[in-house]
Ligand binder design. Structure first.
Ligand SMILES: Nc1ncnc2c1ncn2[C@@H]1O[C@H](COP(=O)(O)OP(=O)(O)OP(=O)(O)O)[C@@H](O)[C@H]1O
Ligand SMILES: [Mg+2]
Length: 249
């Protein structure tokens, strides 16, 4: 009995390792605007494997944030399919999407999006409330995550008492706290100076090295070079998709 449960688990893990974390096909996103329809994403196919480190680039208005919002289950497509970890999320209800978002996705925004009157510790612990964790579990885990992002000595600070880089570290901690399948970051260094940007990207490198799948939107080549794969979007279409060549010398 125990043996068969263990075998089932091994089988499930092996299958999960084989399927892409993200599989999208024919994704179209139109926005109605008055009498018109704005066509933003015009048919996107993409597979992202577990553990990949991807930079999403492209001119302003090309649809990067629109695509990230779809990948992060903050929005749904007009047409096309999306499988996250082998689960079809295209036809899920708002409640089901909220649950999958909380469990599987860590989102980091350019403007941090922290609760202003709440401490770093409580900001990080917040997604665990929705996940149903007990108070002591929440505190233990949030403390652990804040230590991992280098903020052991800032746990009781509110966002206004933190620097920009520290705020983004809190936001990254919040994204990691539920151990999601993917970390999505939309211009995470867009509001930071170059030194702080590098520190934040080094943190994403560490998060990736621990086995996480990371997708970062950026305009900056310096940020994109941290990734192993660069996908470019122009006018709602993927125009290039390049993996960094491994240097085996
Ligand atoms: N809710 C909406 N209603 C109408 N049009 C929208 C909506 N959201 C986005 N758009 C349009 O979709 C296009 C793509 O927007 P998006 O925010 O995805 O671009 P982006 O590539 O992230 O740009 P940036 O680099 O400036 O952040 C823009 O032309 C925008 O005006
Ligand atoms: Mg954007």
């Amino acid at each position: 009995m125990v043996k068969s449960i263990i075998l089932q688990k091994i089988k499930k893990t092996a299958i999960q390792a084989m399927i892409p974390v993200i599989k999208i096909r024919g994704i179209i996103r139109n926005f109605p605007l008055g009498q018109e329809i704005v066509k933003v994403l015009k048919g996107i196919d993409l597979d992202i494997e577990r553990g990949e480190y991807v930079a999403l680039m492209g001119p302003s208005g090309s649809g990067k944030s629109t695509l990230m919002n779809l990948l992060g289950c903050l929005d749904t497509a007009t047409a096309g399919s999306y499988e996250l970890n082998g689960k079809n999320v295209s036809n899920m209800t708002q409640d089901e999407l909220a649950e999958i978002r909380n469990k599987e996705i860590g989102f980091v925004f350019q403007t941090f999006n922290l609760l202003p009157r709440t401490t770093a510790l409580d900001n990080v612990a917040l997604p665990m409330i929705y996940a149903g964790a007990s108070k002591s579990e929440r505190i233990t885990r949030a403390e652990e995550v804040l230590k991992d992002v280098g903020l052991a000595d800032r746990m009781d600070h509110k966002p206004s008492q933190l620097s920009g880089g520290q705020r983004q570290r809190v936001a990254i901690g919040r994204a990691l706290v539920n151990k999601p399948s993917i970390i999505l970051a939309d211009e995470p260094t867009g509001n930071l100076d170059s030194k702080t940007s590098l520190e934040i990207m080094n943190l994403f490198d560490e998060i990736h090295a621990q086995g996480n799948t990371v997708i970062v939107v950026t305009h900056e080549a310096d940020v994109a070079k941290h990734a192993d794969r660069i996908i470019r979007l122009i006018d709602g279409i993927v125009t290039s998709d390049e993996k960094k060549k491994l240097n085996n010398n």
